[in-house]
Design a protein around this ligand. Structure first.
Ligand code: SF4
Length: 237
């Protein structure tokens, strides 16, 4: 299957305000003085005007598991932890890879702003971090919905650089499979993406997914990315 774009919608400003405030370093809106709150709200308005979301996904048949490798048609994911998860799924049949970006204009605006006001650049960067997560959540729901319509349940998404999936190798694999350069996303040899506010990820569709991530049986206690036990919920198809 060839890669497809998805139209993603920007979140309403009020919706992301609490997350941006947390991203900036305050526990809640109540901890901000009024003028600071005004600055954050302005940064959100400015940021949302600049963001140009774009995205691409591609699905492919899952073929087999090897020792530490999920093998799909045209793409491989090297992760022992996700191999363990795969063994607990009933009939995994599809791998879906995707990339989401906030676009280059936001990156340029943050860089420009650094020459004028580090504080404003910091706020704009925080807005970008929150928006890219929201857009990626939207993308994950979209592809999970598409797979759900075909009778699949889906795992959580996972990205190169997380768990035990090597960042550079994983990005190289996803970029070769997806060619996200067509939506303006490039990668460095170290695996970073340009624009930086971009996320690449993979998820798996199976006939039954009783556990959405390998975290519950992972012994890495101090992992900052640990997800709570995610049983399947009704919203995931
Ligand atoms: S706890 Fe961390 S390393 Fe372990 S499976 Fe979860 S995300 Fe991966």
């Amino acid at each position: 299957m060839k890669s497809e774009r998805v139209d993603l919608s920007l979140p309403p400003p009020a919706d992301i305000l609490p997350d941006v405030i947390r991203q900036v370093g305050y526990p809640s809106p109540d901890d901000l003085k009024e003028d600071m709150l005004g600055e954050v709200e302005r940064a959100i308005r400015d940021g949302l005007e600049i963001v140009r979301p774009d995205s691409l996904y591609r699905t492919t048949p899952f073929l087999r598991l090897e020792k530490d490798l999920l093998v799909g048609e045209g793409v491989e994911v090297r992760s022992q932890r996700w191999v363990h998860l795969m063994k607990r799924l009933r009939d995994p049949e599809v791998i879906c890879c995707f990339v989401v970006t906030t676009g280059l204009a936001l990156e340029e605006a943050i860089n420009d702003m650094q020459g004028k006001s580090l504080f404003d650049a910091y706020l704009l960067d925080a807005v970008g971090s929150v928006v890219i997560e929201r857009l990626t959540d939207q993308m994950e729901r979209h592809v999970s919905g598409l797979l759900g319509a075909e009778g699949y349940q889906t795992t959580a998404r996972f990205s190169p650089g997380y768990c035990d999936w090597d960042l550079s190798e994983g990005q190289e694999e996803l970029f070769r499979f997806l060619s996200p350069e067509s939506v303006g996303v490039k990668r460095t040899s170290a695996g970073m993406m340009i624009p930086q506010k971009s996320i690449s990820a993979t998820l798996v569709g199976a006939r039954e997914v009783s556990l959405r991530s390998p975290c519950p049986f992972c012994s890495k206690g101090d992992c900052p990315y640990r997800r709570e036990r995610e049983e399947r919920g009704p919203s995931h198809g």
